[in-house]
Write a protein that binds this ligand. Structure first.
Ligand code: PHE
Length: 465
């Protein structure tokens, strides 16, 4: 048993929401939605959250609470409990690795918020044009030195909390900051609704146009469902390990998923009206909010103040997420007898080093595309590849194995004790629907529609045989 448990269900919810709500919701969701044509993508994403993400979150929290160890330790312990192969520990290892890779580039992006806080304080956004805002962002990306400074600062922040033990630092921070972020987003949406492009935004986000959706878009939506809920990365397993036994896992997971999705949708509602009103491109890419929002703040009364507040809150949201990424590794090293302080510093330095390659891929190495021999990765830089590898490959794969484990390898009586009445709904979903949905997306992505048909024939044929 770990020595400290969360002090209440509320605190766990806040920590899990802190982990879930981050750059994924406010930075990534709007830009990938823009890149993938809006409505249909959003619909697939919501479906992925509901039928794959949510049941998986319950599974991970449950595994964490049963194992009461680091994700690696938990997978080993639970597999052992169930009399299953030691190989299942691989799920924990892959999750820990995914979290580590994510942390390396997440820290670089989170670092962007800091120069934006300074610019906001200096009033640099007041009446800024879309062109100038784009140029400002371009200057930041073009400077490896600046990016490195902010990346380093953010990593230090992450290591500091992680070294002190997640509970103390985190509990206080999330309970105040998360609600503040929510309110600020509402204010932004309120402002965005006055731009005259709100109706267009509603159409863009909620009227599905399936011709705009590609197979890769579906995989991106799926991957993002994991990323945004902090799944298949050990974070929820690690936090589940500190969850008191009496708390309802299912109800808690539902609350976390709703809050997370709510924040993402609010971010979309806040950003796209401004994008449309200023003639910016929805498919702008990773810079979307950093180019768009300053324009909005620049026109708003009290914009300097709101801009400062917004980027500060975004920084905190990213911070409460990055801490949970490092937790998988730190809790594992801690089990191996390395002190939390040393583990956090060591892990932080390693992720910081890897992060430097992301810094460089935004400028000096922007033409370096290591996997250009594959058409799908033709124009992908190192940063793009880290993102792709984690969200589109490691996480869906990890998720598949977790679903298979809880659905087929774990005794149903065990999961029933953990999940109570919800077990009835959850079990058939993770046993059949989740793996099938995941395999479908994989097949679709690798072989296209023809592959899907082939897989269907294979399935129906083996069903008869
Ligand atoms: N969920 C976080 C976000 O949306 C990212 C994250 C991924 C956190 C994996 C922990 C683990 O920003």
């Amino acid at each position: 048993m770990p020595t400290t448990l969360w002090s209440s269900r509320f605190v766990f919810i806040m920590a899990a929401v802190g982990s879930a709500v981050g750059l994924g919701n406010i930075w990534k969701f709007p830009y990938i939605t823009g890149e993938n044509g809006g409505g249909a993508f959003v619909l697939v994403y919501l479906a992925c959250i509901a039928i794959i993400g949510l049941p998986l979150m319950m599974s991970e929290v449950m595994l964490g609470r049963r194992g009461r160890k680091s994700p690696i330790g938990t997978m080993a312990a639970v597999a052992n409990d169930e009399g299953r192969s030691k190989q299942w520990v691989g799920v924990g290892i892959m999750a820990t690795l995914a979290a580590f890779i994510i942390l390396s580039f997440y820290s670089v992006i989170a670092g962007w918020t800091m120069p934006y806080i300074l610019s906001a304080l200096k009033g640099e956004f007041s009446d800024i044009s879309a062109d100038n805002s784009g140029a400002l962002f371009g200057q930041l990306l073009a400077s490896p030195g600046q990016l490195l400074v902010w990346h380093s600062a953010f990593m230090v922040m992450t290591v500091l909390v992680s070294a002190g033990g997640v509970r103390h630092g985190l509990e206080r921070a999330v309970t105040k900051l998360m609600p503040a972020l929510f309110v600020l987003l509402l204010i932004l949406v309120g402002y965005a609704s006055t731009t005259g492009h709100f109706a267009q935004t509603l159409t863009f986000l909620f009227k599905p146009d399936f011709t705009a959706l590609t197979a890769e878009g579906v995989l991106t939506a799926l991957g993002h469902a994991f990323f945004t809920l902090s799944l298949a990365s050990g974070a929820m397993m690690a936090y589940g390990a500190y969850l008191p036994q009496h708390v309802s896992i299912a109800r808690t997971a539902v609350v976390v998923a709703i809050m997370d999705t709510g924040v993402a949708l609010l971010a979309g509602l806040a950003i796209f009206p401004i994008v449309f009103a200023n003639g910016l491109a929805a498919g702008e890419g990773p810079g979307l909010i950093f180019v768009t929002l300053p324009v909005a703040f620049g026109q708003m009364p009290g914009g300097g103040f709101f801009a400062t507040l917004f980027f500060v809150l975004l920084l905190f949201a990213a911070w409460t997420s990055s801490i949970s990424m490092l937790e998988s590794l730190v809790s594992y090293l801690n089990e191996k007898g390395i002190s939390r302080v040393k583990a956090a510093i060591g892990g932080g330095i390693a992720a910081w080093l890897l992060g430097i390659t992301t810094v460089l891929s935004l400028n000096v190495w922007s033409e370096v595309t290591p996997l250009a021999m594959f058409s799908r990765f033709e124009s992908k830089t190192l940063f793009d590849l880290y993102d792709y590898l984690t969200a589109n490959i490691m996480m869906p794969l990890g998720a598949l194995f977790i679903a298979l484990f809880v659905g087929w390898k774990m005794q149903a009586t065990h999961s029933r004790t953990e999940l109570g009445a919800w077990h009835k709904v959850w079990f058939p979903i993770v046993r059949y629907l989740t793996p099938l949905a995941l395999l479908t997306v994989f097949a679709f992505n690798i072989w296209g529609l023809a592959g899907l048909e082939a897989a269907w024939h294979w399935l129906t044929a083996s069903g008869q045989g």
